[in-house]
Design a protein around this ligand. Structure first.
Ligand SMILES: Nc1ncnc2c1ncn2[C@@H]1O[C@H](COP(=O)(O)OP(=O)(O)O)[C@@H](O)[C@H]1O
Ligand SMILES: [Mg+2]
Length: 175
């Protein structure tokens, strides 16, 4: 399956709220690939996502630490850990792979990976892709394309459509 939802956000708070909606549909083992230019809102998305998991400390950009790990007390679907990685340089990709992100995620974690395009060959199978794009005419607007390939989201896609309806501008289900 390939399915995509096209969303519109008109503020940082709106992007955090839609990220929180996505978080409610996540289960342990999920990987979300966040892509977009610098300033597109990847870390902003991660902040809304983390707050929805009940993480109190601010989720900040992991730029200088590569991967940050947050304990989750009572996350949806039994999620115990949030991993937040930033693959902003290609050589980090190998490091992230070495860290065994996949294994950590399998042990009741969810991973958010910024600059997801680069990470795709390593982490991509079954990941939820979130592509953020700025609007040249409005500093506060972003388009957010959420897509899934493979089987990981098949059983949850209809639920995701429902919770993201407030931001949806169009949706399509592919093959
Ligand atoms: N609709 C929006 N969605 C996300 N961020 C927005 C939006 N409008 C304005 N912003 C601002 O854009 C900046 C995004 O920065 P950040 O999330 O760190 O981007 P990235 O991690 O992609 O480099 C923040 O200062 C945020 O407040
Ligand atoms: Mg960032």
């Amino acid at each position: 399956m390939t399915a995509t939802l096209e969303l519109a956000s008109d503020s940082a708070e709106s992007t955090q709220a839609l990220a929180a909606a996505v978080a409610t549909r996540c289960v342990p083992g999920d990987v979300l690939l966040l892509s977009g230019d610098l300033g597109a809102g990847k870390t902003t998305f991660a902040q809304g996502f983390g707050r929805a998991l009940g993480i109190d400390e601010p989720v900040t950009s992991p730029t200088f630490t590569l991967v940050r790990q947050y304990e989750v007390a009572a996350g949806p679907g039994g999620i115990r850990v949030l991993l937040h990685a930033d693959v902003y340089r290609l050589e980090h990709l190998a490091e992230v792979a070495d860290l065994g992100l996949g294994q950590l995620v399998e042990d009741a974690g969810v991973a958010l990976v910024e600059w997801g395009e680069a990470a795709e060959p390593v982490l991509g199978a079954g990941a939820l892709r979130v592509r953020l794009k700025a609007d040249p005419d409005d500093d506060d607007r972003r388009t957010v394309a959420v897509s899934a390939e493979g089987t990981a989201w098949v059983g949850r896609w209809a639920e995701l459509e429902v919770v993201l309806a407030p931001w949806t501008t169009s949706g399509r289900a592919g093959s």
